[in-house]
Ligand binder design. Structure first.
Ligand SMILES: Cc1cc2nc3c(=O)[nH]c(=O)nc-3n(C[C@H](O)[C@H](O)[C@H](O)COP(=O)(O)OP(=O)(O)OC[C@H]3O[C@@H](n4cnc5c(N)ncnc54)[C@H](O)[C@@H]3O)c2cc1C
Length: 320
């Protein structure tokens, strides 16, 4: 039985992250009558917002990522979600009552679901930070439109980089793909598409050393085979992958790459704390697997609350 008598407001469940995993958790938890707080640092929908067309989510032959985000959020909103737009920076999860600190406030709950996805990898070259939003972008679908008929670079050799290049080739004058290795790490049909697209050029074994400009990107310094050259360019799209961002949750066991060490049950080494979606060790990182995790994590959180005979009673809590 949980001893959680406190004057402060105590939620049944705090969900961190409003991507497909977090939003699905919210639907399940709210439908079972839990008092839920959803914390999101950017906009609801998570990585779905970066996808132009989603063609592999059941029920939709084709849907824009932004539209699917909106639809999922509408379901959550109609169930009366409380949402806080802020970044979670610290947590204390080991005790019966869990504390979640954002940049502005501290919140408490009996159970927590972490559905914080992954963070986009950075190149780490000179000028990348400085020109972010001024020609440096991590989202071709969001920002490609601003570079209509311009010359752009895509950094990366995986599926995302190639998909982005194909997308941009329909908007931009010329798309240069810069790949550090000597080959792509992408599906064959994408590689074939790249080869047959006239305004796409590929540079293997090439690195971006510096991004230059004044108040916006003007050029990059590239290095190939120890030879450096400056190339005029209007934008640099970076698509070199993603990595976990789980430092704020150091009490939870992780694998050596920093993913939460969990399985299909979404449970962790801490009772009452669950992880859902891309942030945990898993085979396939997609919307459908994130929503599946969200449902599992919420169902187990509900079970946890019931097991501990937790009963919500207004602004504080009661325990049977
Ligand atoms: C370019 C691209 C295209 C893709 N295309 C497809 C596709 O066509 N089909 C498909 O099925 N999948 C696709 N995916 C993968 C899919 O988008 C992800 O697998 C899915 O969004 C993961 O959901 P999630 O809820 O786990 O994480 P996310 O969608 O990443 O959501 C996590 C949320 O948590 C928030 N957050 C993170 N840290 C904090 C914090 N500390 N405090 C508060 N909030 C925080 C983030 O802002 C974000 O909103 C694509 C991914 C990318 C990058």
């Amino acid at each position: 039985m949980i001893n959680c008598q406190r004057g402060d407001y105590l939620f049944d469940l705090i969900i961190i992250g409003a991507g497909p995993a977090g939003l699905t958790s919210a639907i399940y938890a709210l439908r079972s009558g839990l008092e839920v707080l959803l914390i999101e640092r950017e906009i609801y929908g998570g990585k779905m917002n970066l996808t132009n067309e989603i063609t592999n989510y059941p029920g939709h032959t084709k849907i824009a990522g932004i539209e699917l985000s909106k639809q999922m959020f509408e379901s959550v909103k109609s169930l009366g979600i409380k949402i806080e737009y802020d970044q979670v920076i610290r947590t204390r999860l080991n005790d019966d009552i869990k504390f979640v600190c954002t940049e502005q406030e501290e919140f408490s709950a009996v159970s927590v679901i972490i559905a914080n996805g992954l963070k986009t990898k950075h190149l780490g070259c000179i000028g990348e930070k400085e020109f972010f939003g001024k020609g440096v972008s991590y989202c071709a679908i969001c920002d490609g439109f601003f570079f209509k008929n311009k010359n752009v670079i895509i950094a990366g050799g995986g599926n995302t980089a190639l998909e982005d290049a194909i997308y941009l080739s329909n908007i931009c004058k010329k798309v240069n793909i810069i790949v550090r290795k000597n080959c792509f790490r992408a599906e064959e049909f994408l590689v074939d598409l790249i080869k047959s697209t006239e305004n796409i050029c590929v540079f293997f074994e090439t690195e971006i050393l510096e991004i230059k400009g004044d108040n916006k990107v003007n050029s990059v310094i590239l290095e190939n085979n120890c030879v450096q050259k400056e190339v005029e360019i209007d934008a640099v799209f970076i698509a070199i992958g993603q990595q976990p961002e789980n430092e704020a949750f150091s009490e939870i066991k992780m694998d050596r790459f920093g993913y939460f060490d969990s399985d299909e049950t979404c449970t962790t080494n801490i009772e009452g704390v669950f992880v859902a979606g891309d942030c945990r060790v898993k085979f396939l990182r997609q919307i459908v697997t994130a929503t599946s995790d969200g449902a599992t994590a919420a169902s187990l959180a509900i079970k946890y609350l019931k097991k501990h005979k937790f009963v919500h009673s207004g602004t504080s809590v009661g325990v049977e």
